[in-house]
Design a protein around this ligand. Structure first.
Ligand code: FAD
Length: 420
């Protein structure tokens, strides 16, 4: 009985994952071709994120209906109360109801007869001569010529096929609060909070959500996809006690929902293989400094969908044809991401003094420069400068470890002399 297969589905393009990346890819294919598409996901838009993102992109994708709050300002604040503030005439940043945005895209997709959604988890993947054979948890089977992996941090195909996963993860832990009053003048400002060892080296956030609600939390950066639940929760609790002024503001606020999860950052080396494309968090496409993945999921989903349509028309799903997608992504993002990966350890371990200095530098940027920086994670450094920074950092580590060893041996010598 257990071995019975319930249904076999055939399609041109299968998509694993119904987050913004998978839905954006599916919609692009549905609008621009008659390719049959099957999207596999147990829970559309299940990512427990409430992303801060860019209003022009949300408008471009027709998702204004899922905006929670619009921001006239963006600020970066350190624990020592240094901060950079940029105010705008319009509202370039918004917080998004992720599930609602996903449902909006899904509703549009349902108008296309070429689109099917299967509510199940994909559990196994096999290469077959015509493409792929995907086994689902409900024992159905999907076969397709082309597969788009938009499974987010689950990295379905990487785990099934033994491909590399992204090198770093930002593990976020926060809460939505009600009965919360943003400081006067900050009601419409989205804030990034600088990282520190006590609260989280990945930094934090405070986004007013309107109606006296706000989202507050911190993140930890690690090389592992394992969510460090204890450390994240503890860092958040500490921040709630002493990251001023938000600790005081949230003192009497009422905790509602948890805002938690991991964002893969730093792209995988290959975005395409024969018959396979990776997009969104599955490909580590969230920006490497600000860890913003909603816009990349939508935009790269569209890019991936366009290349999928072209290869469907040509009936050529080889890696060499799919490479157009990887090349386009690299042209737009390759340099900044490469540098970020090289400098990641330095970036995420920077001390508070460096944050205070950086915030002062950010304050000197114009509003549009700040937005550009937030979106593209510029500036770009030259390779010699990156090597110089890395060597300088390494020398600092060596110097500190020698000094510590010397101190330890001096102390033990003193103790021995004392004993004798
Ligand atoms: C707590 C938190 C805060 C964040 N804050 C921000 C922010 O402020 N700004 C910003 O821009 N971004 C933010 N992000 C990141 C952003 O949400 C993601 O980068 C973005 O949602 C990625 O979209 P995606 O479609 O690639 O992945 P996801 O939205 O994760 O979608 C993946 C989908 O794949 C499905 N799936 C996984 N495995 C399988 C399987 N085996 N079979 C079938 N389906 C499967 C899942 O159910 C899920 O629906 C945040 C993320 C988190 C977790």
């Amino acid at each position: 009985m257990n071995n019975i297969l319930y249904a076999a589905h055939e399609c041109d393009i299968a998509i694993i994952g119904g987050g913004l990346a998978g839905l954006s890819s599916a919609l692009t294919v549905a609008v621009n071709s008659n390719a049959s598409v099957i999207l596999v996901d147990g829970a559309i838009g299940s990512n427990r994120s409430l992303p801060l993102t860019f209003s022009d992109t949300i408008q471009q994708f027709g998702l204004e209906g899922s905006i929670l709050e619009r921001y006239h300002g963006f600020a970066l604040r350190t624990r020592n109360d240094n901060y950079s503030l940029h105010m705008y005439d319009d509202t370039p940043l918004v917080s998004l109801d992720y599930s609602a945005a996903s449902r909006q895209l899904y509703t549009r997709l349902q108008e296309y007869p070429t689109f099917t959604q299967l509510s199940a988890q994909a559990v196994r993947l096999d290469r077959i001569p015509t493409g792929w054979r995907i086994c689902l948890q409900n024992k159905s089977i999907v076969t397709s010529n082309l597969l788009i992996d938009a499974s987010g941090r689950a990295h379905f195909t990487a785990r099934q096929l033994g491909h590399p996963t992204p090198p770093m993860y930002s593990h976020c832990y926060g809460r939505i609060f009600s009965n919360c009053h943003a400081p006067v003048g900050e009601e419409s400002v989205a804030l990034f909070l600088a990282g520190n060892p006590r609260h989280g080296n990945g930094g934090g956030w405070f986004y007013p959500l309107g109606g006296q609600r706000a989202s507050f939390g911190f993140a930890r950066l690690t090389n592992s996809s394992q969510f460090p639940a204890k450390e994240c929760q503890q860092g958040f609790e500490y921040a709630l006690q002493d990251f001023s002024p938000y600790a005081e503001i949230l003192q009497d606020a009422i905790p509602e929902d948890i805002h938690v999860g991991s964002i893969p950052i730093g792209p995988v080396k290959r975005l395409v293989y024969d018959g396979l494309m990776l997009v969104g968090d599955a490909a580590g496409q969230a920006t490497p400094w600000a860890c913003m993945g909603a816009e990349p999921a939508l935009v790269n989903g569209q890019l991936c969908g366009r290349v999928a349509v072209r290869t469907f028309r040509e009936q050529d799903f080889s890696r060499s044809r799919l490479l157009d997608y990887e090349r386009m992504w690299k042209t737009r993002n390759g340099r900044g991401f490469r540098q970020a990966v090289m400098l990641a350890d330095l970036e995420w371990q920077r001390g508070e003094a460096v944050w205070d200095y950086s915030v002062n530098k950010f304050d000197q940027m114009s509003g549009s420069e700040m937005l550009h920086f937030l979106r593209h994670n510029t500036p770009h450094f030259s390779l010699p400068l990156i090597w110089w920074l890395l060597v300088y950092d390494r020398l600092g580590l060596i110097r500190r470890s020698l000094r510590d060893r010397l101190n330890r041996s001096l102390i033990s010598m003193k103790l021995k002399l004392g004993d004798s």
